[in-house]
Write a protein that binds this ligand. Structure first.
Ligand code: PMV
Length: 347
C-alpha cells in the first residue's frame, strides 16, 4: 500500500509569549500569536509497506537531502501520538519537507514544521480509517502541540490563542483555538518584517529554555502577567489602539528575554545589533510618529510589526537605517496569513 498527503503550514509570531511548560507540553501560561503567510513549511508524508521490525520506520528528507539528525525529535513525536495513531507502527514513512525561508536563517522552523507534519499524519489517519475526524483542525493542533508547543497555534490563520485563559471560555491547554474576541480591521492585515541579525544555531534550545522556568525566582509572577497581558490585549485588539498594542507587545518580548537573563544558568540571546535595532525603532517612532513596533523570539532576530498602511514608510526606514545591523543585510517581509493549506493526496 502506498499513500501520501501534503500540507503547507505557516510559522507564527507570538504577541503574548509561551515560556515555561509542564509535562506533555502543557503550557504554564496562555499565549496568542499572529499566523504568518510567507514563512511556511511544505511537507509531504509518503506511507509505504514496512520492511524492518523497528517500532517506527521513517526517514526525513529536507530539500532532497536525508537528515538523520531530525530522527530523535520525530521519534519522540511519533511516541507521543502513537496511541491515537497506531498506523505509525505499521508502515514506513518518508517525510519530504521544504521551508520557504532560507535554511539556518535563524527563523524557527519547529512551529511550521511540526504543524505541517501533524496535518499530514492526520490526513493519512483519516484516509486509512476511512473516517473523518470530528474536528480535524482541533486534533491537528493537539498533535502539533505535542511536537512543539507553539506549533499548536499554526493550524489556524489570523490571531490564534493557546492555553486556558479566563477571558476566552473556548481556550484550552491541549490545543489552540482561533481568537474569538473582536478584532479591529487594522490588525487583520498586520505586517511582520523579520530582521536577520544572526543566522545559525541558537545558543539555547527552546526545550532547555522552557526548563529554565522551573524554579525560576520570577516564574509565578510572570505566568500571572501573561494572563493580565492577554486580558489587556483582548481590549486593545478590539479598539485598534496601536500605541497600547506596541507598548504591550514590546514589553512581552523584553520580559521573555528578561526571564532568560535571570534564570540559572542565565542566557543573553540578544546581540549588540538587536539592541541597536530596538533603540532605532523607538527613536524613529518618537521622531516620525510611524506606528512601528518590535517583538523577539528566543533569539537575536527582530520582528518588526506594523499596520499594512505604514508599509512603504517602514520599508524605507528598514532599508536606510536598520539594514546595516543585519547579517548580509537580509530580512524577510511577511504578514498575517490565512493558515495552512492542503496541497494534495496521492494513492
Ligand atoms: O514551541 P517552542 O517550544 O519552540 O516554544 C516557543 C517559544 C517562543 O517562541 C519563545 C514563544 C512563543 O509563544 O512562540
Amino acid at each position: 500500500m502506498k499513500k501520501s498527503a501534503s500540507w503547507r503550514s505557516p510559522s507564527n509570531i507570538a504577541l503574548v509569549k509561551y515560556w515555561g511548560k509542564y509535562p506533555k507540553q502543557i503550557p504554564a501560561n496562555p499565549s496568542i500569536s499572529f499566523t504568518l503567510n510567507d514563512c511556511y513549511t511544505e511537507t509531504e508524508v509518503i506511507l509505504d509497506d514496512k520492511k524492518t521490525d523497528a517500532t517506527f520506520s521513517f526517514e526525513v528528507i529536507l530539500d532532497g537531502e536525508t537528515k538523520p539528525d531530525f530522527a530523535p525529535k520525530i521519534e519522540k513525536f511519533f511516541n507521543q501520538i502513537v496511541d491515537e495513531a497506531p498506523f505509525l507502527k505499521e508502515f514506513h514513512f518518508t517525510i519530504k519537507t521544504h521551508n520557504s525561508f532560507p535554511h539556518s536563517s535563524g527563523i524557527a522552523s519547529s512551529a511550521s514544521g511540526m504543524s505541517a507534519l501533524a496535518l499530514c499524519l492526520l490526513s493519512l489517519k483519516e484516509e486509512i480509517a476511512g473516517k473523518k475526524e470530528d474536528d480535524f483542525y482541533r486534533k491537528a493542533s493537539e498533535w502539533a502541540r505535542l511536537g512543539s508547543g507553539s506549533a499548536s497555534r499554526s493550524v489556524y490563520g489570523g490571531l490564534v490563542e493557546w492555553g486556558r485563559f479566563a477571558g476566552m471560555p473556548e481556550s484550552n491547554d491541549e490545543f489552540a483555538v482561533p481568537f474569538t474576541g473582536k478584532v479591529h480591521e487594522v490588525f487583520k492585515t498586520f505586517c511582520d518584517y523579520v530582521l536577520l541579525v544572526e543566522v545559525g544555531a541558537k545558543s539555547v534550545s527552546s526545550t532547555a529554555g522552557h526548563g529554565l522556568m522551573n524554579n525560576h525566582p520570577f516564574a509565578e509572577r510572570r505566568f500571572l502577567q501573561a494572563h493580565e497581558n492577554l486580558e489587556k490585549l483582548t481590549e486593545i485588539l478590539a479598539s485598534g489602539d496601536l500605541a497600547a498594542f506596541g507598548n504591550l507587545v514590546e514589553s512581552e518580548a523584553l520580559t521573555l528575554h528578561a526571564m532568560m537573563m535571570t534564570s540559572d544558568p542565565s542566557f543573553i540571546l540578544m546581540k549588540p545589533n538587536t539592541v541597536h535595532i530596538i533603540e532605532r525603532i523607538r527613536e524613529h517612532r518618537k521622531e516620525t510618529g510611524t506606528p512601528v513596533y518590535f517583538t523577539l523570539d528566543a533569539g537575536a532576530n527582530v520582528h518588526v510589526l506594523f499596520p499594512a498602511t505604514a508599509e512603504q514608510k517602514v520599508k524605507s526606514f528598514v532599508d536606510s537605517e536598520l539594514k546595516q545591523y543585519l547579517k548580509d543585510g537580509r530580512y524577510i517581509c511577511d504578514r498575517v496569513g490565512q493558515g495552512p493549506e492542503f496541497v494534495g493526496s496521492k494513492e
